[in-house]
Design a protein around this ligand. Structure first.
Ligand code: ADP
Length: 646
């Protein structure tokens, strides 16, 4: 590299070469280039390392224009005016700018230059150029990271604070802190959180600080915090020691988990209730099974004692009815919780639903020795309702009243009419409901006494179904009790209709007397098919049995039944297919085909309707419903009110 002539004159050739070599190595290693601009001749001499910095082949001399051309276009004006200033004011100039190498790479350079004058005029400018690309990259990355931190800090939905570990004073808080706590930034900064009063347990603040100091960080500790308006929240706190301008500080993150804690607790309660429910369900399903099994044993051993048989059969019938009720309730609650429950409403007299419920509960009331008082108003109250479901609602409340009252209690059912509404009250003087349980009494799986030993324990779903059914009728239900031992009252309010129903409903008239129809029973479950045929036979009907869809088609052809009771899920040919084929045959168009299945959802009913079924009954089939259908069929019953579901 060429050096100024004065330096060459005072040093010998060998040391000079060595010195030059050392200088060359030092400048290369330090990515420093030196240059000398002869302003008058417009010629710039470069050290070898400067060629490396600019990424060009050594050898070429340069003019100021060559230099400018290497400067990044965005920095050219700035560089031009910096050079102009230096020439004009004779000041040592420092400058940072970007240069573009021939290979397109951008490098950051730092120039330190000095202008040399002769007779006041600038004649030379000498200087050094330092490649600061790496430093710049780190600086930029640092700046960007800081910007990201500042943005994340202020935009975070979590409450963030920075406080001095020495004084405990808050140095910075973010927007979420302001929004959640209610303290403005000005109120918070310069004070400690203890001074703000945000710690419900002030000693926990010390505990937190000590833990952060000792370990350098703290993770997920739950604390209670008090907001400016006095409201308390549960916060999940994590903290980290950081340096801020040389001071040890704590960066603290607090997540408001009040809702989460509430939901977790609700989930825990629901989970516990579910476990209790499953245990109770197993218990409740086994209860009726034991007497049914005993009954079968008794019938096997004492088949020739008609009085005893009648008693045993009545007992088995009662137990079976209890099981059917349990399964029905389970299905109802499952459909209700999935929003798949449909009412078939029409204008009805409320007294009819009351009568149905009273009739179905009378045996329970009598056997419990209760004094059952029913008061019905003289006037006719009309409501838009599903008679079966409304009867179920009232019966359920009466059943509960009977169940949760000691023997010989008084149970009152009253119907009143208010302005635009009908009110049904079921009142008992039984065990009552603890005040703490009243708000949850309609929630699923809620039972006041969860001990399995209690004879009156239930599944805890009856009132859930009742409430939902009442609401689906546009009404409301309330539970009242003054506490344990003080009895309970359930009040159902339903919107009233103004005028009389167009037609008298006859669905719940006495079961008609129909005899001698031909019924083909089709079920792959032999016990189910044969017992159903026996029941129908005992009612005076002629029956045949088929065990799959294909047999059903063959049998029906020769038997010409009035009704085909057809199971759906069967081997060889299922019920849908069998029904479709029956409908294609000349004799099959008018025969009554009834689905008899365990599937009772709305979509199952729709599917069976599409396959050509006239009715859809769920197992176990209620014989009275069958009798009603046969009555409709033969025209010997009341006709219009045949149920299309069971
Ligand atoms: P189940 O009776 O099958 O347990 P319910 O949903 O019908 O379920 O009732 C829920 C709970 O409400 C019962 O377990 C009982 O603790 C309480 N309850 C309902 N009706 C009464 C009543 N008339 N008297 C006292 N407690 C009642």
């Amino acid at each position: 590299m060429p050096l100024p002539p004065k330096a060459v004159a005072s040093v010998g050739a060998e040391p000079l070469r060595e010195s030059e070599e050392r200088f060359r190595i030092a400048t290369q290693a330090g990515k420093i280039g030196v240059w000398d601009w002869d302003i008058l001749a417009d010629r710039i001499l470069w050290s070898e390392s400067l060629y490396t910095i600019y990424g060009v082949t050594p050898g070429k001399t340069h003019t100021i224009e060559d230099f400018r051309a290497r400067v990044h276009p965005d920095d050219r004006d700035m560089v031009r005016s910096a050079i102009g200033n230096a020439l004009e004011h004779d000041s040592p100039s420092e400058l940072e700018y970007r240069a573009v190498r021939p290979d397109g790479k951008i490098v950051w350079l730092f120039i330190n230059a000095k202008v040399i004058r002769s007779d006041g005029r600038p004649v030379r400018m000498v200087g050094s150029t330092l490649d600061i690309t790496e430093r710049k990259r780190v600086e930029i990355a640092l700046r960007e990271s800081e910007q990201r931190f500042v943005k994340a800090f202020s935009a975070s939905p979590l409450c963030l604070t920075i406080s001095s570990l020495a004084t405990g004073k808050l140095l910075e808080v973010n927007e979420a802190f302001v929004a959640v706590t209610g303290y403005s930034r000005d109120e918070a900064i310069g004070r400690t959180t203890a001074e703000l009063g945000v710690w419900v347990q002030p000693n926990e603040r010390e505990e937190e600080l000590t833990a952060v100091e000792a370990a350098g960080s703290l993770r997920n500790r739950e604390y209670r915090f008090r907001m400016r308006n006095g409201q308390e929240i549960t916060g999940l706190l994590s903290a980290e020691v950081i340096d801020v301008a040389g001071e040890r500080c704590a960066l603290t993150v607090i997540q408001d988990i009040t809702d989460r804690t509430k939901y977790e607790e609700a989930l825990r309660v629901a989970d516990r209730r579910k476990d209790e429910f499953i245990a109770t369900l197993a218990h409740e399903l086994r209860n009726p099974l034991a007497p049914i099994r005993n009954g079968i044993e008794l019938l096997k051993r004492a088949a020739d004692d008609p009085v005893r048989n009648a008693e045993v059969l009545a007992m088995m019938d009662r137990q079976l009815a209890q099981m059917v009720r349990l399964v029905d309730d389970l299905l109802d609650v499952s459909r209700i919780s999935r929003g798949k429950f449909e009412l078939r409403t029409e204008p009805i007299e409320l007294s009819k639903a009351v009568r149905n419920a009273v009739e179905s509960c009378r045996p329970t009331m009598d056997s419990a020795g209760h004094h059952f008082v029913v008061s019905d108003p003289d006037e006719t109250i009309l409501v838009q309702a599903d008679l079966a479901r409304l009867s179920q609602v009232i019966a359920n409340l009466l059943d509960n009243a009977a169940k949760y009252s000691p023997r010989g209690s008084t149970i009152r059912l009253s119907v009143e009419s208010g302005p635009g509404e009908a009110v049904v009250r079921v009142r008992d003087n039984g065990i009552g409901i603890p005040t703490s349980m009243l708000p949850q009494v309609f929630e699923m799986f809620t039972r006041a006494d969860t001990s399995l030993e209690k004879p009156q324990s239930g599944l805890g779903i009856g009132l859930t179904i009742v409430k939902r059914l009442v609401e689906m009728h546009g009404g409301s239900i309330e539970a009242h009790s003054e506490g344990e031992g003080k009895g309970s009252e359930f009040v159902v309010r339903l919107p009233r209709l103004g005028s009389s129903p167009a037609q008298e409903d006859s669905a719940f008239d006495a079961t008609p007397d129909v005899t001698h129809c031909r019924v083909l029973v089709v079920d792959d479950n032999r016990d189910s098919a044969e017992s159903m045929a026996m029941v129908l036979g005992a009612m005076g009907h002629e029956t045949r049995i088929a065990y799959d869809g294909r047999q059903a088609l063959a049998s029906a052809e020769s038997f010409q039944p009035d009704m085909i009771l057809l199971d759906i899920g069967m081997p060889v040919m299922n019920g849908y297919e069998a029904c479709r084929r029956i409908r294609e045959l000349p004799w099959g168009r008018n025969v009554m085909v009834v689905a008899m299945t365990g599937w009772g959802h709305l979509q199952d009913r729709e599917r069976s309707r599409n396959a050509g079924f006239d009715h859809h009954l769920t197992k176990p089939v209620d014989v009275a419903s069958l009798q009603q259908l046969l009555a409709d069929r033969t025209g010997s019953g009341s006709g219009a009110g045949a149920p299309s579901s069971a």
